[in-house]
Design a protein around this ligand. Structure first.
Ligand SMILES: *Cc1c(COP(=O)(O)O)cnc(C)c1O
Length: 388
């Protein structure tokens, strides 16, 4: 079955729920057992069936199955946020003395986690240039256990050559973990490109309505699945059933939403490129983007998130532009139905590949509004910016 179909069928089981099309929201902490023997038998299958509310309810297990199917994996895990999925995965895979190769363009809180938490557990992190391939081999050490990727990267949108990176990682006996949030399960097939574990901040496009916090991890490796699920459970990173149901609901419409996000985003990216205020648009679906060829080779679509580098302007000019926006709301997160703007100047934290552009930077999430209205909003913003 094709992705769009899987998104509508995954995790559903009407026969189990008196014909109800959707999996009900199970509010459950206690799972009751019929006998001591059943309780013991259930323990052996605790990764896959409800055993205790913290480890999963029928609703969260349905979401895990659905996201796994959508990403082309056998096993899925959910966590209380995207960041919990990232940090829980790293804590499950790494031990003192291990070495982590972390992409320089990673989602910033994950970087802070490596620097402040993993260091305390004796795990050393080396940041690598997202665009490196051959150079990565030189950074690998005997203790390198994980190569973490995010493509395109947060804020700067470099597209990584995942198959080539996976080759280097696997030659060194390391695992490849990918933050696949930008592409969603729809536009990048991680397990066909050499990825071992794929992470989604389901808070973003899977939820799709800016109303939940949730993360997922998928894999085809049963041992990795059990190890990570157990670690998350031991940290108490439980997923709420209400959240899981909203994520399942989001999955059902992901393909139509993303189509519109992409269409609007490409039109806006092309419009921005022509503006005199704009130095560069960071969006791999643009032919002018340095990552365009790899994006075209490896992805089947683009989402609605992009970066914009302006020609030099003062902080006051930027504030005037942003403060007056009517449709592009100033805020974090993204992936919901609405358009967002974020000033990222000074927030691009890079050590392996320094960020050299001088002008102010933005991140735009292009929502489902009418694209002409969105362009009008940006046009007025540039009028307030008043440059050049
Ligand atoms: C938002 C985001 C996360 C974190 O997800 P939360 O659910 O907000 O914790 C991780 N990775 C990427 C790429 C993100 O954009």
């Amino acid at each position: 079955m094709k992705k769009e179909t899987i998104l509508t069928t995954g995790g559903r089981d009407p026969d189990r729920f008196d014909g109800a099309v959707n999996v009900p929201v199970f509010h459950a902490s206690t799972i009751a057992f019929a006998s001591v023997a059943q309780m013991e038998a259930r323990y052996l299958t605790r990764f896959d069936v409800p055993y205790y509310g913290r480890s999963g309810t029928p609703t969260t297990l349905a979401l895990e199955r659905a996201v796994a199917e959508a990403e082309g994996a056998q096993f899925g895990i959910s966590a209380s946020s995207g960041l919990a999925a990232i940090c829980g995965t790293l804590l499950a895979l790494l031990k003192p003395g291990d070495h982590l190769l972390m992409v320089d363009s990673v989602y910033h809180p994950a970087r802070v986690f490596c620097d402040r938490v993993l260091t305390r557990f004796g795990v050393e992190t080396t940041y690598y240039d997202p665009l490196v391939v051959d150079g990565l081999r030189a950074l690998v050490r005997p203790g390198t256990r994980v190569v973490f990727c995010e493509s395109p990267g947060s804020l700067t949108f470099e597209v990584q050559d995942i198959p080539a990176i996976a080759k280097v990682a696997h030659d060194a006996g390391a695992l490849v973990v990918l933050d696949n949030t930008w592409a969603s399960p729809l536009y990048f097939a991680p397990f066909q490109k050499g990825v071992d574990l794929s992470i989604q901040a389901a808070t973003k496009y899977i939820g799709g309505h800016s109303d939940i916090m949730l993360g997922t991890i998928t894999t085809n490796d049963r041992a990795l699945y059990e190890g990570i699920k157990e670690t998350l459970n031991l940290f108490g990173y439980a997923t709420g059933s209400e959240e899981a149901m909203l994520a399942l609901r989001g999955l059902r419409t992901l393909s139509v939403r993303l189509e519109r996000h992409a269409r609007n985003a490409l039109e806006i990216a092309r419009w921005l490129e022509m503006r005199p205020e704009v130095e560069r648009v960071l969006y791999p679906a643009l032919e002018s983007d340095p990552g365009h060829l790899i994006w075209k080779r490896d992805f089947t679509g683009a989402s609605g998130l992009m970066g914009v580098v302006l020609n030099p302007a003062s902080a006051q000019q930027v504030a005037r532009m942003v403060d007056g926006m009517r449709l592009f709301t100033l805020g974090f997160s993204w992936g919901g139905f609405e358009s967002l703007i974020l000033v990222t100047t000074g927030h691009i934290d890079r050590t392996a590949r320094p960020w050299t552009s001088q002008g102010p930077t933005f991140r735009l999430h292009v929502g489902l509004e009418n694209v002409t209205d969105l362009i009008d909003d940006l046009q007025s913003g540039f009028d307030r910016l008043g440059v050049p």
